[in-house]
Design a protein around this ligand. Structure first.
Ligand code: PLP
Length: 395
């Protein structure tokens, strides 16, 4: 492989680039996870992640990718034969539903067009029909990483309450947490699932379950037979800062520093920065005369923008040209939209110039790959950034 100069632009919607400070925090010697020094690290890591979930309730940290935390969420509260209501927002909602089915859970899947988030009114309608309260949980994806649509979680809670239904609210915020607003306690979420490699600016490797009192009660009374994923085994010991098995020690070092960085910027400023960059990206896409996949105004993701390719053009060939010529990685289209969309990640440790660099890479690659478009999207994005205050800098 010839040497490629300059830095690689990792503009996929996670894993996102890891700040040097976090890498340095992680490059410490491993310590005894049962020794006296470890308790502080464990307690600090838990306090840190709770502040991002906006919860006073319990959070569990698993040494696994997000998929493991998905399974933990299902296995702790649901058992074979239980019914759940899920919503087809895109590829990840579909995968979570497939996992539920593999565990023997009966998933009722509300169909979606992959161009919007969930409609809380449809959830309410389904729950009202379930007068016998057979549905044990409503499972939704907060930020659908395959399409770039977010879902209104507080409104889903209201829909469940309006229907007078006791179902648990389970939310995948794997790519939402730390990038778009999420309020575990205030929104009445029962189980939230997340991962390290997106808004938290860490490498892949740890994942989370935030759990409500109601979810813990459900777990105490039921769930699937489980061991590694069992919340109780974890919570019996994590209150003291320890883990029942060997934790991902160096990821915890990173987590403490990454969350410190988020709070130094200001959590609300972080959310506003993501929205500002997302809006600038959409402005560029429209100026290129291309189409944003998410069609639901107000629900476009702050984390990523999925862009539809013009008919007859391959998104994968375009991404290949972008990588070869400009050293930029863009997200691919997944399952139903494979080769039809590419995704621009604008999450985590990025600033205005990172974004402009990334959008320039896209605009150059569109020309290089012969994709029909109008020029000048980057200039429009720059204008948008100039005219929109930068939270935390202009404040
Ligand atoms: N859910 C969402 C919304 C995701 O974006 C991802 C990964 O990108 C997953 C679930 C699966 O997580 P992981 O790949 O960390 O197992």
């Amino acid at each position: 492989m010839p040497h490629v100069t300059g830095r690689h632009f990792l503009q996929i919607p996670g894993p996102s680039p890891v700040p040097d400070r976090v890498l340095r925090a992680m490059s410490q010697q491993v310590i005894d996870h049962r020794g006296p020094e470890f308790a502080d690290l464990g307690l600090n890591a838990l306090a840190a992640i709770k502040s991002i979930f906006k919860t006073q309730q319990d959070v569990i940290i698993y040494p696994s990718s997000g998929t493991g935390a998905w399974e933990a969420a299902l296995a702790n509260v649901l058992r074979e034969g239980d019914r759940v209501l899920m919503y087809e927002t895109g590829h990840f909602a579909t995968l979570w539903k497939k996992m539920a089915e593999k565990l023997g859970i009966q998933a009722e899947f509300i169909g979606g067009d992959w161009r919007s988030g969930v409609d809380p009114a449809v959830i309410e309608e389904h729950l009202r029909k379930d007068s016998g309260h057979q549905i044990k949980a409503v499972c939704v994806v907060h930020n659908e990483t395959s399409t770039g649509s977010t879902s209104p979680i507080a409104e889903v809670r209201r829909a469940i309450d309006n229907a007078g239904h006791p179902a648990l609210l389970m939310v995948d915020t794997i790519s939402g947490l730390g990038s778009v607003d999420f309020r575990f306690d205030e929104w009445g979420v029962d189980v939230a699932v997340s991962g390290s490699q997106k808004g938290l600016m860490l490498p892949p490797g740890i994942s989370f379950n935030a759990v409500s009192r109601k979810a813990l009660d459900a777990a105490a009374q039921g769930g699937t037979r489980r061991s590694y994923w069992d919340w109780k085994e974890m919570l019996d010991i994590t209150g003291k800062g320890y883990f029942p098995y060997t934790p991902a020690t160096n990821m915890l070092y990173g987590l403490v520093d990454a969350v410190a960085m988020i709070h130094e910027e200001g959590l609300e400023n972080v959310f506003a920065r993501h929205q500002r960059h997302a809006a600038a990206t959409r402005a560029a896409v429209r100026a290129w005369d291309l189409e944003v996949l998410c069609q639901q105004q107000g629900h476009e993701s702050g984390v990523l923008t999925a862009v539809l390719m013009p008919e007859g053009h391959s998104a994968d060939a375009f991404r290949k040209a972008a990588l070869k010529n400009y050293n930029i990685s863009l997200g691919s289209g997944l399952s139903k939209v494979a080769d039809k969309v590419f995704r621009i990640g604008h999450l985590g440790d990025i600033n205005d110039l990172t974004l402009i660099g990334a959008l320039s890479g896209v605009e150059l690659a569109l020309s290089k790959a012969g994709v029909p478009h109008s020029k000048g999207g980057v200039a429009v994005a720059m204008e948008h950034l100039l005219n929109t205050p930068s939270p935390g800098i202009d404040a």
